[in-house]
Design a protein around this ligand. Structure first.
Ligand code: MG
Length: 203
């Protein structure tokens, strides 16, 4: 399986990182070795002094598809989850300055924390999905998919032009504002519509 991630999909997060608003979705990949299973601890890697959390809604692809039209995109996923796109911001900033790829900053082991997945019907309108991240019980990210620049079905149509989607692939749909640094012993808890989806301890 592969993990397809979307960057800069929420305007307020673009502002907080002082990035430009993209003309098209920003897309990058993580390998399956990046997966951090539900409630496993996250170990801060030794090569970074500034790992950030980015809470994101996850979409699990249910069948193979290429050049999927937006109007049919909903047929390619049944399940939704929540995850964290852990990002070594210091490495990413250095890569960005030099115009180099992001993998060392974004695709390292444990960088793709994932909850369990639940049927999308459980959540109602996926374009109005409230999700939150708490750090040590304090609210740090408060998102709603209604603020996405590109909605889930648009993202599927876009990325499937480049990558054949396969059953089991996961899309990280981008993070809202409020990203920040993790520290040892932090506990990150994610919710969708106030239902707890995961709790990750930082080590
Ligand atoms: Mg992200």
């Amino acid at each position: 399986m592969k993990i397809i991630c979307i960057g800069r999909n929420y305007a307020k997060h673009i502002e907080e990182l002082q990035n430009e608003k993209p003309e098209n979705p920003v897309v990058f990949l993580k390998p399956d070795s990046a997966i951090l299973a539900k409630n496993q601890p996250f170990f801060i890697p030794p090569f970074s002094n500034n790992v950030h959390f980015e809470v994101e809604v996850l979409v699990k692809i249910n069948k193979v598809g290429k050049y999927i039209q937006e109007k049919f995109a909903h047929k390619y996923y049944d399940e939704i989850g929540l995850g964290i796109d852990f990002t070594a911001r210091d490495i990413q900033d250095a890569s960005r300055e030099k115009g180099l790829p992001w993998e060392k900053a974004k695709a390292f082991d444990g960088s793709a924390a994932m909850s369990e997945f639940f049927p999308k019907e459980n959540f109602g309108d996926l374009n109005n999905l409230e999700f939150k991240l708490f750090k040590n019980n304090e609210l740090v990210q408060d998102g709603n998919t209604n603020a996405m620049l590109w909605k889930i079905d648009e993202l599927i149509a876009y990325v499937s032009q480049y990558f054949t989607l396969k059953k089991g692939d996961v899309i990280f749909t981008g993070t809202p504002a409020g990203v920040g640094k993790v520290h040892e012993n932090d506990v990150l808890t994610g919710t969708i519509q106030n239902k707890e989806m995961f709790s990750v301890k930082i080590k």
